[in-house]
Write a protein that binds this ligand. Structure first.
Ligand code: PLP
Length: 366
């Protein structure tokens, strides 16, 4: 059942031997291994680190609007859009919150998949907006036709997480386009693309072309995942200028901080880091998927930096047992209480996981 740590490291090195060495991620030896929050273990790009260090000298000053405008223009240029299409937020969590406020405050209801990323539901509930959860299909992908049917006239916002968290699965391009063209006539759709940069599948497409075509759609993205800037809090929305303006009215003033802006500007077009980060994460993800399948676990095909797999025992007890061995894994995602969401760590961390996992599985849960 087990593969050795050395084998794991050898396989990882063979899969991802690249000439580029990024900065290293800090972890004190007694810190737990964090495979529970879908963070990027490869840390920020060196370009982002340098930019942050230089920006420290300016942190006594309020951040003027020019820096944010610069980043908005860069994002717009990358997407072939105008800066008016881009709204920055303190992480994409703030984008979800802006949308929940913009559409939920005046009695608007919200439709989401279930389970899905909880940021939208939490924001909607904080303003007492009604949320309709639509269960996933049996293959654990979003059930777009059920979400369509649930979109009654009081629904003002539909949340489509693509790829979906916690399952890692994608909606295929044609089905998503048909859904968006139909449902966006009735209400606004927010397509959460937090893991967009990691998807490499011929039947996947971003919803940005639909925004470009003038549809009633918001796309959210983040610098927290593939760029490794989760602690610096930068995300953005891409939407038609009138929708973008509506989101901006709910933005917390000056919430996006100077260090985050400088780091995002430095890393947005840092293709070498992006390539490194994507390649490493995909190689490790594919390797852990094969390992878990080899051990007999069902694993959903993931297009993200985490995998969702059938554990075959209650997740809460497993989580505690793994934590006692210094490894944090994902929390319970009802109704899949015998499934586990495992984030992709660096090679050492994944090697340690593959050592500890069989030991924990061979003993009763705590
Ligand atoms: C699907 C999805 N959307 C949004 C977020 C929030 O990310 P952030 O606020 O750091 O941009 C996450 C974080 O895990 C996520 O998985």
């Amino acid at each position: 059942m087990s593969i050795s740590r050395r084998d794991w490291l050898r396989l990882s090195a063979a899969g991802a031997a690249l000439p580029f060495i990024p900065g290293f991620a800090m972890r004190r030896s007694d810190d737990p291994i964090r495979l529970h929050s879908n963070e990027n273990p490869y840390a920020p790009a060196q370009s982002a680190r340098t930019a942050v260090l230089e920006a420290l000298d300016e942190t006594n000053l309020y951040t003027g609007p020019a820096i944010a405008r610069n980043l908005e223009a860069m994002i717009a240029a990358r997407e072939g859009l105008r800066p008016e299409h881009v709204v920055l937020g303190a992480g994409s969590t703030e984008v979800l919150r802006m949308a929940a406020l913009a559409y939920g405050l005046s009695g608007g209801e919200v439709v989401t998949g279930y389970p899905t990323y909880e940021g939208m539901e939490e924001s909607a509930k904080s303003i007492e907006a009604r949320v309709h959860r639509v269960p996933l299909k049996t293959d654990k992908s979003l059930d777009l036709s059920a979400m369509d049917m649930r979109t009654t006239k009081d629904v003002k916002l539909v949340f489509v997480c693509n790829p979906n968290n916690p399952t890692g699965s994608i909606c295929e391009k044609e089905e998503l386009n048909d859904f968006c063209m139909e449902v966006s006539k009735r209400c606004t759709i927010l397509v959460d693309e937090a893991y967009y940069e990691l998807v490499n599948h011929p039947r996947y497409s971003s919803a940005v072309p639909l925004v470009k075509a003038g549809a009633n759609i918001i796309v959210s993205r983040t610098f927290s995942k593939v760029y490794g800037l989760a602690g610096l809090r930068v995300g953005y929305a891409i939407a038609r200028p009138d929708i973008a303006e509506r989101l901006r009215t709910h933005r917390t003033p000056m919430a996006v901080n100077l260090l985050g802006l400088r780091a995002a500007i430095a890393s947005l077009n840092d293709e070498r880091f992006l390539h490194y980060s994507k390649t490493q994460l995909a190689a490790s993800r594919n390797q852990i998927t094969a390992t878990l399948r080899g051990w007999g676990h069902e694993v959903i095909e993931s297009h993200t930096n985490f995998v969702f797999f059938h554990l075959g025992r209650e997740i809460g007890g497993f989580q505690r047992s793994m934590a006692s061995q210094g490894i944090l894994v994902g929390r319970p995602f009802p109704p899949y209480l015998d499934w586990c969401r495992l984030s992709i760590g660096n090679e050492e961390e994944m090697a340690r996981f593959t050592e500890v996992f069989p030991q924990v599985m061979s003993t009763p849960s705590r």
